[in-house]
Design a protein around this ligand. Structure first.
Ligand SMILES: Cc1cc2nc3c(=O)[nH]c(=O)nc-3n(C[C@H](O)[C@H](O)[C@H](O)COP(=O)(O)O)c2cc1C
Length: 186
């Protein structure tokens, strides 16, 4: 099962992330948790989140980039849900062996990230990547959609198809019969 943890502060105003979700939401074996709808008051149900994570083979963290980082509810989600004794520390092995995929959209293009002492986009993956590895997860090559300020509809549709292909391929490789059927029927 693939669990998408989706954090968009203004989901109804989204173009890019909405297109991406539309492209994958009907894949059998994909579950989406929309954090800003589940927790508009930021009062995260830690047990519910942990139970959902325990079911997942791959955890997808999907969000728009905000100030070179994650929206605040996703950061809070990480702080609250990845508890000591559950995600790390003594007996904290709930996430060990699961895959982790970062799916991020950015308004800027690659040039937008050519700032500071670590001027490339991949450097921004470091906090999430280190967090995932610290919890024993297997970090996957991230899926980024840049230039959403100027992105036209065909580009967003192509990004959605690539995202879908990525998730279907994962399910195929992990022996999900439903995905195999989808692949067989094109
Ligand atoms: C508060 C805020 C901060 C943002 N910071 C960045 C940023 O640092 N870099 C960037 O490329 N885009 C930034 N953006 C633009 C969003 O990443 C972009 O609008 C979003 O990825 C588009 O996806 P959507 O259509 O699903 O909203 C920011 C947007 C907001 C609202």
């Amino acid at each position: 099962m693939i669990l998408i943890i989706y954090a968009h502060p203004y989901p109804r105003h989204s173009h890019a992330n909405q297109r991406l979700l539309q492209a994958v939401k009907d894949i059998p074996g994909v579950e989406i948790r929309t954090l800003y709808e589940l927790y508009p008051d930021f009062n995260i149900d830690i047990s519910a989140e942990q139970r959902a994570l325990e079911q997942a083979d791959m955890v997808v963290l999907q969000h728009p980039m905000q100030w070179y980082s994650q929206p605040p509810l996703l950061k809070l989600w990480i702080d609250k849900v990845l508890e000591h004794g559950w995600a790390y520390g003594h007996d904290g092995n709930a996430l060990v062996g699961k895959d982790c995929l970062w799916v991020v959209t950015s308004g800027g293009d690659e040039q937008h990230f050519a700032l500071g002492d670590y001027p490339n986009f991949a450097a921004l993956a470091q906090p999430l990547q280190a967090t995932a590895i610290y919890c024993g997860m297997k970090w996957q090559p991230y899926f980024a959609v840049h230039d959403t300020f100027t992105c036209n509809e065909p580009a967003l549709i192509a990004a959605g198809e690539a995202y879908r292909q990525r998730l279907v391929q994962y399910l195929l490789e992990h022996g999900e019969a439903a995905a195999e059927q989808e692949q067989a029927h094109g």
